[in-house]
Design a protein around this ligand. Sequence first.
Ligand SMILES: Cc1ncc(COP(=O)(O)O)c(C=O)c1O
Length: 494
Amino acid sequence: MGGSPNGVTVDNAKSTNGSKSSESESNRSNAANDAAKAFIKKNNNGAVVIRNPDTVTPKKFDVQGESLDPHCDPLNPKTISFRDITSAAFLIKDGVERTPCPRSTTSDSYGMDLYLKKDFLQYTGSFKERGARYALLCLTEEQKKIGVISASLGNHAQALSYHGWKLNIPVTVVMPKAAPIMKIQKCRNYKANVIVEGKDMAEAKALAMKMSEENKLLYVNGYDHPHIMAGQGTLGLEILEQVPNPDAVIIPVGGGGLIAGIATAIKALSPKTKIIGVESAKCPSFSNAMENNAPIYTPIKNTLADGLAVPKVGYNAYVTALPLIDKMVVVKEEWIALAILRLVEEEKCVVEGAGASGLAAILAGQLPELKGKKVVVLLCGGNIDTTVFGRCLERGLAAEGRLVKFNVELTDRPGGLNELCEILGVLGVSIKDIMHERAWLKDIYTVEVKVVCETRDWTHSMELMNELKKHYQKVQFSDEPLAINDSLAVLGKK
Ligand SMILES: Cc1ncc(COP(=O)(O)O)c(C=O)c1O
């Protein structure tokens, strides 16, 4: 099949693309569409993509214009095996944490036997250390002296920098300008050569690939290098040791390396365990790949789950993970914010958006089939900027109807505002922000007051609205939050 950009070759002849047309990256080839048989259900809370067992995993992908990384070659994508993962587990065991996987304290409220694998407790705050350390340990002695390079938004960069430092291997990381400041600073603390360049990952990667060629530094792709995938797979072994025979394991997905590794380990030892991937609706690159039956460029929007913001999943990761994934859930950002909030309030865990997206899929009501089942959710990263964290908590409170805003018109006479505050005080509602506005009102004896306040829950917020409507003619209240219906349903309260 030569020459067709984005064409795919699969085992069954019907799905083989022999065309020589030069479609753009976003145009899907007919053959790819033939082979793409994933079932997609879009709903209010995002989408669910169920892999069709008849879908044939492509053997190679013809792509043009990509900087070629010999370890991630679309013409010869590699899968990893269970043995690769056991080798990785043996080699890294003294260099990374065996993190706990306790039963969630709120397990019963979700109606499942829920376990949380806390890999955000790794030294650098994410699971990425597993793959990074293994990849570094697999280098030839000569390459260990020359060093490695990678482009990353943060967690992989930190992991590679830290373990390079510990193993005395020079590490260069190219981080796009959008990378969180905290993550950039951490890499510097781990003595890496840090270059902040490029508006996005694509630009940072292009520079890193160029430097790799010029300086003979090995490029270590953070999700697609086979050693990286094998290292991440050690999480699967640990999960099965800590929670035998789970019914399902829920795994956040960015470039696909994490799910590829874990799924390989788990399906080898416990084939009945369902492998469920989760993506943010702002960067659904793996579900788009499933739809296309080939990695495809997906435009990325700003997301709370910056760790998952990979525009195109890895070729190795795709062919390894696809046959092992049972379901992919795409969640809206509100659910991720709410999951971050729940993890802080209920589990005392500070987890970043990417790390919280597994719980978000449950909260969003996207996995009703897991009721009564033994489920492991991977909390895979905790590196969240403090300011972003604050905003996430507020968005989570708003998504749950515990942070509400309203406008009310009241008399501009002495005591008018006092009366409003008393109503709120009697109801036990706490004011966060309050603003008085006179200039744009028709009646000069009225004032518009805008209030943001905290309530116990949405029912309490409704009580507030009803009380306000009893006292004032013009009341404008926040809309019912997205999270409310389904989250109450998930918790069995509706
Ligand atoms: C916290 C966190 N979770 C999940 C992922 C997704 O991993 P992968 O890119 O291997 O799919 C990442 C990737 O950086 C991450 O940082």
